[in-house]
Unconditional design. Sequence first.
Length: 59
Amino acid sequence: MPPTPCPSGSVRSAAVVNEDIRELWQRSGGCLSPEDEEQYQRLLVEWAAATGGGNRSAA
């Protein structure tokens, strides 16, 4: 099942997006179809946005 889109301007938590990523991999049996790969790439972008996208500085 594709992820549920959020209303414009809202961001899902990284945990929710991560769960969608895990579900996608489990459902695919570890071998993504081209459509699954597209969905995976969108989820990765969404996850990065939810986690700050690497805008954290190294300690």
